[in-house]
Design a protein around this ligand. Structure first.
Ligand code: AGP
Length: 581
């Protein structure tokens, strides 16, 4: 921050609370501008010295940086040859020294100094800088990394994501690639890296400011779990025309192109990848189009077979996951059409895709993704149904019937949530478990993977998800007395063989001492004799069941993390948007 025109820097490794305590111990008055960043360490250990901001040797300019500067070693060597002394092991510090040199060249004009610096950088960066030479302004720049401007009344903001400022303003400007923006309290100006005047895209954030508050819940994660009925309703809202046909207005890809698609490839990471795995079952069943689901970071390195007849569907809550961005770019280079299913308006992935279906789940603040997962499944199902309708695989009334079922899911999720206290109490009682396994079949398999991921990321417990049929091929060796195993039980009203097989699997693991926790439909008594604990979900068609069976697993992970005293919303080592490859 600037305090009486002087640059003051305070930074701490670890939680924000550490920084807050340091500032309370050494309070300073700010002149009205400041910058800050919670950095996910990429170069050097997470220490106070490597934390952001970084300053030049004269303490004249401070900078924060999101991303990775790939040519930082070369730049650092050049600066050191000119006598520059470095204080950290980060890639970012080169920017502070380069800005300082350019400030001298440009008579203290920070905007003018930023442009030549950016031209020399390779990689991905959002940079935000302030300097003593230009005390009323903040300068920022972006390449391959997110940056939005929030336009308030007598105040302006810069952030990676609109959620950071919606409590203050909903008017935003999305910056384009390779742009520099300068803001003061009441103005902004944008140029490209060569100084040519440029424009961003203005938009109004539709999210409610209250969405960025916890609203009485102990964590954002728990609040977001409870927002899932509304999130699903919003994803599905307004998708039927007056003739009762499914419409996807945003999908502005020529219908003849969509009819000629002969393969779908879904690219995503983490939880979004799991929603893609669920969607595959539905899309192939409804559209009869072969569908592959690929981890985005693996996709382009295996030289995938992708061409003009391939539809590449990316799934991303943030729209800023660098691995997914790179997969989408690769797909476009190969001539594929790309559709983004995304929760964040104006983010990079939808911008760089041919079309977008927004999930409208509202801001997801907790690092562990919950409502985004369910709304991604719902949006991918809309896409599948739309393609089935367009290509004649399903009649309009069949599509309408499935949509009608989908529209009941919000209320059914609410029924699961009505039992949240009991599920959480069970999670708390399991807090001493050191390993938990998850089994599922068909769409229950990705649900098992998601249940395990939730537990790993927030409760730091060894957890694995398996396809139940795979048990006998190896994982059953893990079962020893007392091993907790969650089993996602498919509906017996669907394919009976699936249900019967999983009941056998439950017996097999129980015989070896496992503690079995079954997530089963109301009325399914076949599992009762073999379950140590049963969590009931309402009845639903097989393909829609993941929207229900995931919810108890989210609550369970949340309860375990709370019981262990962990920070549910900000688990160690993880960032909400992974903007580096
Ligand atoms: C989920 O709980 C994770 N935090 C993570 O796996 C996440 O889903 C993944 O990084 C993808 O993020 P995105 O949806 O923003 O692309």
């Amino acid at each position: 921050m600037l305090s009486d025109g002087k640059l003051q820097t305070e930074k701490r490794a670890g939680k924000l609370a550490n920084l807050r305590a340091a500032l309370q111990a050494n309070p300073r008055s700010a002149d009205g501008i400041g910058i800050g960043h919670t950095r996910w360490a990429t170069h050097g250990a997470p220490t106070d010295g490597n934390a952001h901001p970084h300053v030049d040797e004269m303490n004249r300019v401070a900078v924060v940086h999101n991303g990775i500067i790939e040519n930082f070693a070369q730049l650092r060597m050049e600066l050191e040859e000119r006598g520059c002394k470095f204080r950290s092991e980060t890639d970012t510090e080169v920017v502070a020294h380069m800005l300082s040199e350019q400030l001298t060249e440009h008579n203290g004009d920070l905007g003018a100094a930023m442009r030549p610096v950016c031209r020399r950088l390779e990689g991905a960066f959002t940079l935000v800088a302030i300097s003593e030479d230009d005390p009323g302004l903040v300068v920022a720049a972006r390449r391959n990394s997110p940056l939005v401007v929030g336009r308030g009344n007598g105040e302006n903001f810069l952030a990676s994501d609109v959620a950071a400022f919606i409590a203050h303003t909903r008017d935003a400007i999305e910056l384009g690639q390779d742009q520099v923006v300068t803001i003061t309290a009441d103005s902004h100006s944008i140029t490209d890296f060569d100084g040519n005047p440029s424009e961003g895209k203005e938009f109004r954030v539709m999210w409610d400011a209250a969405a960025a508050e916890k609203g009485g819940y102990p964590s954002f994660m728990e609040k977001e779990i409870h927002e899932q009925p509304a999130a699903i309703d919003q994803t599905l809202m307004g998708r039927l025309d007056t003739a009762g046909r499914l419409v996807l207005d945003e999908l502005n890809i020529d219908e003849s192109v969509l009819r000629s698609v002969d393969k779908i490839v879904v690219v995503a990471c983490g939880t979004a990848y799991h929603s893609g795995l669920v969607a595959k079952y539905a899309i192939e069943h409804w559209c009869r189009i072969p569908t592959e689901v690929e981890l985005a970071h693996e996709f382009r390195y295996r030289d995938p077979i992708v061409n003009e007849k391939t539809l590449v569907v990316s799934l991303s809550q943030s729209g800023e996951t660098m691995d997914t961005i790179m997969a989408v770019r690769h797909a476009r280079e190969q001539g594929a059409k790309t559709v983004a299913i995304c929760n964040t308006n104006g983010s990079t992935i939808p911008r760089e895709s041919d079309a977008v279906i927004y999930t409208h789940a509202g801001p997801e603040i907790a690092v562990a993704s919950t409502k985004a997962f369910l709304s991604q499944i719902a949006a991918a199902y809309l896409l599948g149904l739309y393609l089935a309708q367009l290509r004649g695989n399903k009649f309009a009334d069949e599509v309408a019937d499935i949509l009608a079922e989908l529209n009941t899911m919000g209320a059914k999720i609410q029924q699961v949530l009505d039992g949240a206290a009991e599920i959480k109490a069970f999670g708390t009682s399991m807090a001493d478990a050191t390993s938990v396994l998850f089994l599922g079949r068909h769409v229950g398999f990705p649900v098992a993977l998601e249940g395990a991921l939730k537990l790993k990321e927030i409760a730091y417990i060894h957890a694995e998800g398996f396809a139940a049929g795979e048990l006998k091929h190896g994982p059953i060796a893990l079962i020893e007395p007392g091993q907790p195993v969650f089993v996602v039980v498919p509906s017996r009203r669907g394919r009976d063989s699936l249900h019967a097989k999983i009941v056998s699997n439950i017996q097999e693991i129980r015989a070896r001492g496992a503690v079995t926790i079954c997530i089963a439909e109301e009325g399914d008594e076949a599992v009762t004799p073999y379950a140590d604990h049963v969590i009931r979900v309402p009845q639903s068609p097989t393909l829609l069941a993941p929207l229900l069976t995931t919810v108890p697993l989210q609550l369970f992970a949340c309860a375990m993390a709370e019981a262990k005293g962990y920070d549910v919303d900000q688990p160690r080592n993880l960032a909400k948007s992974v903007t580096v490859e």
